[in-house]
Each structure stands twice: as structure tokens, then as C-alpha cells.
Unconditional design. Sequence first.
Length: 104
Amino acid sequence: MRIGIYPHEKVAPQRVILDIEAECALPEIMAEDINQTVSYETFVTMAREIAERRHYDLIEIFCHDVMEALWEDARILRLMLQVEKPDVFKGNPESAGVRLSWRR
């Protein structure tokens, strides 16, 4: 995705790693019907769509936008999203990122 404040970050996309963790209400997620469960495929699709919408200067704003979109599902009781830029530094640290957590 296109993310970053520096000129070199504005001309080429970067790899971004998302780690999404959701605590969901029962019994809906226990159904064998994919249409009734909270699907990680939905998480991935939403995050990709948001990443493709525009250039983000700050990873925190991208993380917040993804969280807001996922939070619309009322079955989610707690949501944790970590977003990392793995190629921002060479060597150590291996990545830089942010983690947000929301609870109903």
C-alpha cells in the first residue's frame, strides 16, 4: 500500500502486515454457516479495500480506519489490530508499527 510521510514513501507502495484479533459474541460464531459467523475473509477484504483507497501519511490513521470499518459488526466485542511496516528499517528493528485495541 502507499503509506508514509517521506518523499520516497510517496512514490512506491510498501509492504504492510496486519494482525487482526477479534473477540466475538456467542452463539453466532459457533454456527457451521459461514454467513452467520464473523469471517476473517471479511477482515482481509475490508483492510485491502481501505488500503487501496488513498495514500496514508501515518500508519496510525490507516489502523484507525480499518478498526472503524471492522467495528461496525456488532458481534465483535473486542478488536485488536496491529499494523507493521516490515521494510521501513534495515536490520534491527525488523519492523515499525502500531497496535490499537477497542472493547465494547
